[in-house]
Design a protein around this ligand. Structure first.
Ligand code: CP3
Length: 381
């Protein structure tokens, strides 16, 4: 049955109120998905068993509603590395949202920095402080010491966890892997952790560009292998986080990020042509058209871009993900419903994965997260 049953006590299901969801268009969808108005909503059993809704949506198939999933944000877990490097814990934590909300995507519990140890870049994630790189890289010699990543040797727990997740989720949702983009990974290892002004990586970029390019190339080769490894072990789509690419001006993005993203996408498409790749960059409004040039299948928008505008700027061939402000989940249920409907209407029918514009903020009322999924899963185009 519908996801709503898994978290219990919802007595009646309200239909979306937005004018774009006319009863006619809602019920004109494939008969087997027809909702029983006034009763419970039937899950699209056939489609979900055959192939997750999320994959259908990305490919532009005629879907009944946008798939929906959310990413949690930092802060809940002490000893992050311990939790993220143990197969049982990865699986258990990854499945928590799945068990409660039945999202259409289940993201691996891990971090973009997880591969660093295997590349000879020791790090930790310290509670209250975030990532700490023990020996930040500055010189050509430092970059020479960076080893190419061999996922099956360095992070076998990721592959094992993905394989188990894929079995557990059993195509009722898409299992999502992820990697950090070369520039964003470089920003952590050069800055030594999170940064405000990105002055160290910019100093490197603008005074010794060759050194930075050598590092970016190493991350590019390694992340290409990592995406393939994740796909080979069960990931059905992989999201690339270039969280800090927007710290670069467009001309610098074209030199220090775009070519590497494109290289990753081209190489992965050669071996895994059907694997959807999703690209996220925070605050990407100034770079949207350039993000599309990477060749990814989906661009994930944050909430600083109007969805209709983002859709227009990206063009019809690319799918969009997002982009409700995570802060909206602190509003009333009616407000959350309105914003979801507004986003879905602006994204238009198909090629949209409904999501927040970033992870769920710590302190968000869980009942509002539940409400988000409830409303989302009740939408019918
Ligand atoms: O839903 C999920 O399970 C999400 C899994 C996930 C994590 N990190 C878990 C995590 C994902 C997709 C990431 C990606 C990630 N990690 C990104 C890209 C996404 C984005 O936010 O743009 C970035 C930039 C990182 C780097 C990172 N990891 C930071 C900056 C921090 C610390 C943040 C803070 O406020 O302390 C982490 C640690 C981290 N990654 C935690 C979690 C749950 C917190 C660990 C802890 O609380 O100890």
């Amino acid at each position: 049955m519908a996801c709503i049953h898994s978290y219990g006590s919802i007595a009646s299901i309200s239909l979306p109120t937005s004018p774009s969801f006319s009863p006619r268009s809602r019920c004109a969808y494939k008969p087997r998905f027809l909702c029983a108005l006034g009763g419970s909503v039937a899950e699209p059993q056939v489609a979900s068993v055959a192939e997750p809704l999320l994959l259908n949506a990305v490919r532009g198939d005629d879907v009944e509603r946008p798939p929906v999933w959310l990413m949690r944000q930092a802060g809940r877990y002490p000893s992050f590395r311990e939790r993220s490097e143990n197969v049982d814990l990865i699986v258990e934590i990854s499945l928590q949202p799945w068990k409660v909300f039945k999202p259409d995507g289940v993201i691996l519990f891990s971090d973009i920095l997880t591969p660093l140890s295997g590349m000879n870049i020791p790090f930790d994630i310290v509670k209250g402080k975030g990532p700490v790189i023990f020996d930040p890289l500055y010189t050509a010699d430092d970059v020479d010491q960076v080893r190419e990543f061999v996922p099956q040797e360095s992070v076998p727990y990721v592959g094992e966890a993905l394989t188990i997740l894929r079995k557990e989720v059993d195509n009722k949702a898409a299992v999502l892997g992820f990697v950090g983009a070369p520039f964003t990974l470089a920003s952590y290892v050069v800055e030594g952790g999170s940064s405000k002004h990105f002055s160290k990586i910019k100093r490197l970029a603008f005074s010794q560009p060759k050194v930075l390019h050598a590092l970016l190339q190493k991350f590019t080769t390694s992340m290409t292998k990592y995406i393939r490894y994740q796909a080979d072990n069960g990931a059905q789509a992989v999201q690339i986080f270039d969280s800090w690419a927007t710290e670069l001006s467009p001309v610098d993005f074209e030199e220090f990020s775009l070519p590497y993203l494109k290289q990753i996408v081209d190489a992965v498409k050669e071996t895994h042509p059907d694997l959807p790749l999703i690209l996220y960059a925070s605050g990407s409004g100034g770079l949207l058209e350039r993000l599309a040039l990477t060749g990814v299948d989906v661009v994930s928008l944050d909430w600083t871009v109007d969805m209709a505008e983002g859709r227009r700027r990206l063009g019809p061939n690319i799918a969009v993900q997002g982009n409700v402000d995570p802060g909206v989940l602190f509003g009333s249920k009616e407000f959350i419903t309105r914003r979801i409907n507004d986003t879905v209407r602006k994204a238009g029918r198909g090629k949209h994965i409904l999501n927040l514009g970033h992870g769920i903020v710590v302190g968000t009322p869980e009942e509002n997260v539940a409400h988000f999924f409830e409303v989302a899963k009740d939408i019918r185009y």
